[in-house]
Design a protein around this ligand. Structure first.
Ligand code: HPA
Length: 274
């Protein structure tokens, strides 16, 4: 698909018209992590239904929204809800929210997701700072005509920003919260992995597995935006425990961990230099 067929300018005009100040940081909240929006001051909410080009709610089944405002001293644009490839949606739509945020002025991106733990050190409720990723979705966010302003061949030797990572580790340390580090493998889904696939992922060097984030990070890097990523481990990956994987159970895990992650993110925001 031609990456220019999503009309970013039209979406930016619609969202930008509702914002009071340009946002500095994009915060993408994965499944079940939406609680942070409650903490935003002077919040302005824009439903995804009101963003031209986004699919109608009926198609996606559940709605998402942007919430802009102030959080721990930073002007944030929170994206509560995201589009996934496994929904059958085009790659350009999966990445469009990042392009919209960039056009609205954000200078850094923080991504969160729910993931299955592969590494022995990761258990349901663990938090992992994403150090690196493996793209197993068999497609790139950048395939097709180069989008104006994008780097055609972005360097990916440090997809997650070292300085933002240092800030995240410092924030977790000050809060006394354990923050593991590791490599996130992005798969297509929507079926969970088989035990054999999880053994393969472990051999490849993956510590956690999920179905999102990587296309958005690749897009952000092509635009030169620094990225930070966190995985909330909701389950042991398939075959590593006796439990069968059920989506509702997976999403119910870790209310405490979600609060911890929210605190770490607020700590990061308060430390980011404007
Ligand atoms: N696999 C893939 N995606 C996931 C998982 C998993 O085990 N848990 C949460 N998202």
């Amino acid at each position: 698909m031609n990456p220019m067929s999503f009309d970013v300018k039209r979406a930016v005009a619609a969202v930008g018209a509702k914002l009071v100040d340009p946002p500095e940081v994009l915060l993408v909240l994965g499944s079940g992590l939406g609680g942070l929006v409650e903490l935003v001051e002077d919040a302005v909410s824009v439903s995804f239904e009101d963003v031209p080009g986004f699919p109608p709610v009926g198609v996606k089944g559940h709605s998402g929204r942007y919430v802009a405002g102030s959080l721990d001293g930073r002007r944030v644009l929170i994206q509560a809800g995201r589009f996934h490839l496994y929904e059958g949606l085009p790659m350009e739509l999966v990445c469009a929210p990042v392009r919209i945020a960039a056009a609205l002025g954000v200078r850094a991106c923080i991504f969160t997701n729910a993931a299955g733990g592969i590494s022995r050190k990761l258990h349901p409720g663990s938090l992992m700072l994403i150090d690196d990723h493996i793209n197993l979705q068999w497609r790139s966010a950048l395939a097709g005509a180069v989008v104006e302003g994008d780097e055609r061949f972005p360097d990916m030797s440090a997809p997650y920003d070292g300085e933002l990572q240092r800030i995240a580790v410092a924030a977790a340390l000050e809060l006394g919260e354990r923050l593991e580090r590791g490599t996130y493998a992005a798969v297509m889904g929507p079926s969970y992995e088989t035990p054999a696939e999880v053994r393969m992922l472990a051999k490849m060097g993956a510590d956690a597995v999920g179905m999102s984030t990587v296309p958005e990070v690749i897009t952000a890097r092509a635009m030169g935006l620094p990225c930070l990523g966190f995985s909330l481990i909701t389950n042991h990956a398939a075959g590593l425990s006796l439990e069968l994987l059920d989506h509702d159970d997976v999403m119910a895990v870790g209310a405490q961990a979600r609060v911890k992650l929210s605190k770490i993110i607020c700590g990061v925001l308060s430390r980011i230099q404007s």
